[in-house]
Design a protein around this ligand. Sequence first.
Ligand SMILES: NC(=O)c1ccc[n+]([C@@H]2O[C@H](COP(=O)([O-])OP(=O)(O)OC[C@H]3O[C@@H](n4cnc5c(N)ncnc54)[C@H](O)[C@@H]3O)[C@@H](O)[C@H]2O)c1
Length: 436
Amino acid sequence: MRVAMIGTGYVGLVSGACFSDFGHVVTCIDKDAGKIERLKAGVMPIFEPGLEALVDSNVQEGRLFFASSREDTARAVREADAVFIAVGTPSRRGDGHADLSYVYAAAEEIAGLVDGFTVVVTKSTVPVGTGDEVESIIRRTRPGTQVAVVSNPEFLREGAAIADFKRPDRVVVGTDDEAAREVMRELYRPLFLNETPIIFTQRRTSELIKYAANAFLAMKITFINEMADLCERVDADVQQVARGIGLDNRIGSKFLHAGPGYGGSCFPKDTLALVRTAEQAGSPMRLIETTVKVNEARKKSMADKIAAAMGGAVQGKTIAILGLTFKPNTDDMRDAPSLEIIPALEAMGATIQAFDPEDHEARRLLPNVRFKDGPYDAAEGADGLVILTEWDRFRALDLARIKDLLKAPLVVDLRNIYTPQDMARRGFTYASVGRP
Ligand SMILES: NC(=O)c1ccc[n+]([C@@H]2O[C@H](COP(=O)([O-])OP(=O)(O)OC[C@H]3O[C@@H](n4cnc5c(N)ncnc54)[C@H](O)[C@@H]3O)[C@@H](O)[C@H]2O)c1
């Protein structure tokens, strides 16, 4: 199959590289010409484990191409059996609806370029009904075009994106068009071998499945976060509570790790967009409305938690922070808790010295932070150390060395990667989330 991928971000690049690895011929297109030039030169625009090798090998084997110019884009779309839309759908400023302007612009561009029957697949996360609008934009822009517009939401997780794409829990395809279904089956054929469930459903249902999944997971995290607060008040251990409920198959153990609140490029904007969709449809989703509010408040409250652990005031103090990205193994800073917590601590008069293994975006977004080259550099001379993102390399720190480098042996562990007993034994004052 020939595939054109419109949008070469986290999702477009990973999906494009994986489809080419399945054996399809893929062109990843982006209007950011610099990004495409770098990709052509073998430079990855994002940090994602395994991506560079996957891209390299498929480029070498002549199955993966990159395009930015109008001519190259036109050729790729004209020749494609399937054109994917994988552009961003950020929160619309002001009201929290999904901003669909990039999706609609892509639909218009595609309409002008397709040739013969083409399946247009929306991989971006889009509110229910967007596929209808994409279809009518294409028909309006170019009457008589033979397209089928399909919803195929993406469930990959940054940091494990390639494994998630190649071995997903399920693939969801929303369309009523039999010819389109056939093309989608062919595209995902390698997954049939490992018996991945492929759910064929209506387009609107498929669009909603994506939001339902993200909202449910965001709610699950928020549930355990509130449980952690309760544990702190009643002297119970949230990790034991999570284990005790997670072993129940009806609940499951994933997404039950208490922390500083969810962030990232998906949950915050998708929960908010679902709330808006539900309001508009006259069927408010109060659980998700509350999830959004509780999570926002939680991120803000983390600065107070850190200040409290440091004796109540951080004015004039230096705080070492380990981890800035919203989770490990990505360089993505979108809606990262660090972006709330650090400015709040700075506003209280603290100086932040931080280390993150993938800090290039953080350097741009947190201009007052002193960036350090490693965890020990960050700890040196600080009044306390905060673990904000649980990168693997923070899990086995030389704690004796950390203790020597810090002015006071104080650690605030917002990811619970160390244990209170062990830290006490080593002579640290230690605060974590939801544990006695
Ligand atoms: N990041 C994730 O983990 C993830 C997971 C599942 C789903 N999603 C969804 O996938 C979509 C894309 O997310 P992302 O994180 O990859 O976004 P991104 O911002 O990393 O990438 C989007 C890319 O699209 C390009 N673009 C925009 N309009 C274009 C056009 N008309 N032609 C060509 N290129 C264009 C941009 O330049 C950018 O490079 C969103 O809807 C998101 O919600 C993301």
